[in-house]
Design a protein around this ligand. Structure first.
Ligand code: URA
Length: 234
């Protein structure tokens, strides 16, 4: 099995992210560091990542967390900040599917199914993600039109988004924005392209799976309907 597929099957991350572990020199096979992505792993090989042995996980798990603000979506943080894995203590080694910013809250999927994570996060698959966004000030009709036809920020183009106005008062506008690209800081950058700031950001839906009534910091396994639906994207 190719090394990235093997590492992903151990529940480390999506296959693409696992390639970086290899090229960064963090992986040893039978005691030797390997950086070649063409390396194949045999059943008898022993594989270490950052000095810890890893093995293929049998049972695939699919979890949703209502990520609170103030935690990062990485397995460990060099600044010692809380991570999303501090909220979900299970024996399988899992990783977050994509990222939410430190100050963003809401729906985060976690799994040890690297193939599924790849499908959900790869821009070519255009998986829908829905966000509730509170924006400082008024978002005018002309600005809504811009978001709906695609904006550019710092040289990066953002595809047309579906945008609905949920609430308005004299200080803020609350929008629901649906995107399919999954670029870094996508929503904040789209709003900044209008010269405005996001004051609150929450993801409520990924690929039709909804956060529902889960409280902040709470998690649950996806039910069979939800996990079957995700697997049908494969
Ligand atoms: N867009 C952002 O700007 N931040 C997130 O955390 C998610 C989407």
């Amino acid at each position: 099995m190719r090394i990235n597929k093997y590492l992903s099957g151990c529940g480390l991350d999506s296959r693409r992210k696992c390639e970086k572990l290899v090229t960064d020199g963090r992986v040893r096979v039978n005691g030797k560091t390997v950086t070649d992505l063409a390396t194949d792993i045999k059943e008898s090989d022993s594989v270490e990542v950052d000095g810890k042995y890893v093995t293929l996980s049998e049972r695939k798990v699919y979890i949703m967390l209502n990520k609170p603000k103030g935690c990062v979506c990485t397995a460990s943080d060099d600044k010692g900040r809380k991570t999303v894995l501090d909220f979900v203590k299970i024996k399988e080694r899992i990783f977050p599917v994509g990222r939410l910013d430190y100050d963003t809250e809401g729906l985060l999927l976690l799994t040890n199914d690297g193939e599924l994570a790849n499908i959900i996060t790869h821009p070519k698959n255009m998986v829908k993600k829905v966000y509730q966004v509170r924006v400082e000030g008024e978002v005018t009709d002309a600005e809504l039109k811009k978001l709906r036809s695609g904006v550019e920020h710092n040289g990066i183009k953002y595809a047309p988004a579906r945008v609905a106005v949920l609430e308005k008062d004299d200080k803020h506008t609350k929008l629901e924005i649906t995107v399919t690209e999954g670029k870094n800081h996508e929503i904040k950058n789209m709003i900044e392209s209008l010269g405005k700031q996001v004051v609150f950001l929450k993801r409520t839906e990924i690929a039709g799976i909804r956060l529902g009534g889960l409280s902040r910091g709470e998690w649950r396994f996806l039910n069979s309907r939800e996990s079957e639906h995700l697997k049908s994207l494969k």
